[in-house]
Design a protein around this ligand. Structure first.
Ligand code: NAD
Ligand code: MG
Length: 391
C-alpha cells in the first residue's frame, strides 16, 4: 500500500490525481492533502479520502477546516504554512507535486531530500532551481517521474538505458509538441485586447488559469523546454518544438537512425498521472482508448516566434543559463497574475518578461538562496514594470 501526499489537491492536477487514486483503493492510500484557500473543496476531499493530515495556506483557513472536519467527526491533523507542506511532502512514500508556481519549490525539494517518489507536475520549481533540484534527487535517491504530458511522453519514448548512458542510446532530439493554444490562428494585432477568459479557453485541455495563460502565450512550452533540459539532459539545440493542434501526439524522441518514437493518447492528464503512479506497471486511469479512425487529420507546423515571443525568451534564458530561467519564471508569474487581474494586457506579459530579462543581470545558480534571491529581485522588477503599464 503506497501512502500518497498530494500538494495542490484542489487544483486541476490534484483533482485528476484523486480520480485515479479512487480507482485503486487496494494500491494507494491518501496520506495528506493540501490546498491554499479552497477550504470547502478540501474538506469534501478529506471526507471522501480520509487523509491523516491536511495543510492549508493560513491560520484562518486551518481553523475553518478543523471546525468543518470536527463537525463530521473526522480525525485529521490540520496545519498551515510552508513548514507543514514540507513535512507532509517528506512523510509520504509518493508525492504529487501539483502546487502552481514557485510556491511549490520548498515542499518539492523537501520530498527530494527525503528520497521520496516525486510525481512532478510543478514545472516552475524545476525551471527555478534546475541543477540544484536534480542534484538533490540524485544525492538522496529520490525517484523523479514527469507528469507534464510532454515529458511523460518523452520518458515513455526513451530507452530504459537512457538515464545511465545517454550518449550510447542514440537519441538525436526530443520533440515537444504544442497545441498552440487558443490564439494560434488569431490575427496578431488583435492580441492586445484579449480577455483572461478568452486566454483561458484552451482548445484541448482543461487546466488551472495560470498554466492556461501560459499556454496562450506559449510560455508554457518555453518552461517545458527548460524542464526537458533538466529532466533529460538535452541541450537547447537538441530540443525542438512542433505545433500539433490536435494534442494527440504528446511528444516524441527522434533517434540517430531516423526512428521517431512517440506517445499518443486522448488529451487527459489522468494518463500521465496513472503512468507515473504505477510505474513501471500500468493501471487503469479512467481515460478512454484512443480512436485513431475518428480523427480527420493530425497536423504539424513550426512555431512562429513573432506571434509567441515568450517561447523565444525561454530559449534565450536556457541558453544564458545560471539564474536566467529564475528571472524568466518569476517575471512571468507576476505578469500572468496581473493579466488575470486585468491590470495589464495580454501582450504586456511578454513585454514585462522581456524587460526583466534585459534589465537585470543573472548570476550563477550556486545555491537555493541565490536562486530565491534572483526570484525576489525579478518579482520586484516585474511588479514595477506592471505598475508602469497598468491601466
Ligand atoms: P491549479 O491552479 O488548478 O491548482 C493549483 C493548486 O496549487 C491548488 O490546489 C492550490 O490550492 C495550490 N496553490 C496555489 N497557490 C499556492 C500557494 N501559494 N501555496 C500553496 N498551495 C498553493 O493548477 P493546475 O493546473 O493543477 O497546475 C498545477 C501545476 O501543474 C502547475 O505547475 C502546472 O504548470 C502543472 N501542470 C498542469 C497541467 C494541467 O493539465 N492542469 C499539465 C501539466 C502541468
Ligand atoms: Mg505540458
Amino acid at each position: 500500500m503506497q501512502q500518497v501526499t498530494i500538494l495542490g489537491a484542489t487544483g486541476s492536477i490534484g483533482i485528476s490525481t484523486l480520480d485515479v487514486l479512487a480507482r485503486h483503493p487496494e494500491r494507494y492510500r491518501v496520506y495528506a492533502l493540501t490546498a491554499h484557500s479552497k477550504v470547502d473543496e478540501l474538506a469534501a476531499q478529506c471526507v471522501q479520502f480520509r487523509p491523516a493530515r491536511a495543510v492549508v495556506g493560513s491560520a484562518e483557513a486551518a481553523a475553518r477546516l478543523s471546525a468543518m472536519l470536527r463537525e463530521r467527526d473526522l480525525r485529521c491533523d490540520v496545519s498551515y504554512g510552508e513548514a507543514a507542506l514540507c513535512e507532509v511532502a517528506a512523510e509520504a512514500d509518493t508525492v504529487m507535486a501539483a502546487i502552481v508556481g514557485a510556491a511549490g519549490l520548498a515542499p518539492t525539494l523537501a520530498a527530494a531530500r527525503a528520497g521520496r517518489k516525486i510525481l512532478l507536475a510543478n514545472k516552475e520549481a524545476l525551471v527555478l532551481s534546475g541543477q540544484l533540484f536534480m542534484d538533490l534527487v540524485e544525492r538522496h535517491g529520490a525517484v523523479l517521474l514527469p507528469i507534464d504530458s510532454e515529458h511523460n511522453a518523452i520518458f515513455q519514448s526513451l530507452p530504459m538505458s537512457y538515464q545511465r548512458a545517454p550518449a550510447a542510446s542514440g537519441v538525436a532530439k526530443v520533440v515537444l509538441t504544442a497545441s498552440g493554444g487558443p490564439f494560434l490562428k488569431r490575427a496578431v494585432d488583435t492580441l492586445e485586447t484579449v480577455t483572461p477568459d478568452e486566454a483561458c479557453k484552451h482548445p484541448n485541455w482543461s487546466m488551472g488559469r495560470k498554466i492556461s495563460v501560459d499556454s496562450a502565450t506559449m510560455m508554457n512550452k518555453g518552461l517545458e523546454v527548460i524542464e526537458a533540459h533538466w529532466l533529460f539532459g538535452a541541450t537547447a539545440d537538441q530540443i525542438e518544438v512542433v505545433i500539433h493542434p490536435q494534442s494527440v501526439i504528446h511528444s516524441m524522441v527522434s533517434y540517430v537512425d531516423g526512428s521517431v518514437l512517440a506517445q499518443l493518447g486522448n488529451p487527459d492528464m489522468r494518463t500521465p498521472i496513472a503512468h507515473a503512479l504505477a510505474y513501471p506497471e500500468r493501471i487503469d486511469s479512467g481515460v478512454a482508448q484512443l480512436d485513431l479512425t475518428s480523427m480527420a487529420a493530425l497536423q504539424f507546423e513550426k512555431p512562429d516566434f513573432q506571434r509567441f515571443p515568450c517561447l523565444a525568451l525561454a530559449f534565450d534564458a536556457l541558453r544564458a543559463g545560471g539564474t536566467a530561467p529564475s528571472l524568466l519564471n518569476a517575471a512571468n508569474e507576476v505578469a500572468v497574475e496581473a493579466f488575470l487581474a486585468r491590470r495589464i494586457g495580454f501582450r504586456d506579459i511578454d513585454r514585462v518578461v522581456g524587460r526583466v530579462m534585459e534589465e537585470n543581470d543573472h548570476g550563477a545558480a550556486s545555491s537555493i538562496e541565490a536562486v530565491l534571491a534572483q526570484d525576489a529581485l525579478a518579482r520586484a522588477a516585474a511588479t514595477n514594470i506592471v505598475g508602469s503599464l497598468a491601466r
